[in-house]
Design a protein around this ligand. Structure first.
Ligand code: SF4
Length: 209
């Protein structure tokens, strides 16, 4: 009999979704291990490597145990970079159990999943995004680093349909980055770019993970 599939997991925990258009919704987070982008501003460097092997069944058990005391309907697969592992079975089984599933990705890897909500966050310097996400993403998140400029925002805006919001998210809510995000928002507005929004990490403001 084949061994049950496993995934490398850093942590599973309840919180509210602090980022993006789902901000404020109770969510169980499953943080997957592994990311090869090595962004200098990454706030989850502890997820770049390592993690513990969990059978998919055990991940489901953990999620359900959390949901018994914290009845979140949403489960967010984050990282790290979730698409570096095969999350298809996990997504399918979570949905079988009536969860709604979000996947947060940097957009450089792709395979089809049954996820309900895909958040794409392209990263510098190339800001590469697999073309499939142009159709599938529900939102695009750009961390406001010192490298982010109007030309990048313009290129990302053009790559996605205008109904998909492009969120300018200050780096770890830092003051300089908030100021830069506001400057970029003004420039984007003056350039008639649609649906560009300022976005903060709410969970950090209220002291949650
Ligand atoms: S892509 Fe995301 S998880 Fe990976 S290093 Fe960059 S910020 Fe961190």
């Amino acid at each position: 009999m084949p061994a049950p599939p496993t995934l490398k997991i850093i942590e599973i925990f309840p919180s509210i979704q602090g980022e993006g258009m789902r901000q404020g919704e109770p969510t169980v987070f499953v943080r997957l291990a592994g990311c090869d982008r090595r962004c200098s501003f990454c706030d989850t460097k502890y997820a770049w490597e390592g993690g513990r092997e969990y059978a998919v069944d055990r991940i489901l058990e953990n999620v359900h145990r959390i949901r018994r005391r914290f009845p979140a309907r949403w489960v967010c697969l984050t990282g790290g970079e979730p698409f570096m592992q095969d999350v298809r079975l996990l997504v399918r089984l979570l949905k079988r159990d009536h969860c709604r599933v979000q996947v947060e990705t940097n957009g450089t890897r792709y395979y089809p999943t049954a996820a309900d909500w895909i958040t794409v966050s392209p990263k510098p310097k190339e800001y590469l995004v697999r073309p499939e996400f142009q159709r599938l993403a529900k939102e695009v998140k750009l961390v406001v680093t010192r490298e982010l400029d109007l030309a990048v925002i313009r290129r990302i805006r053009a790559a996605f349909q205008s109904r998909i919001p492009v969120l300018l998210q200050p780096e770890s809510n830092r003051r300089w980055s908030q100021k830069q995000a506001l400057r970029l928002l003004k420039q984007a507005s003056a350039a008639n770019l649609d649906n560009i929004r300022f976005s903060v990490q709410l969970h950090k403001i209220i002291g949650l993970r």
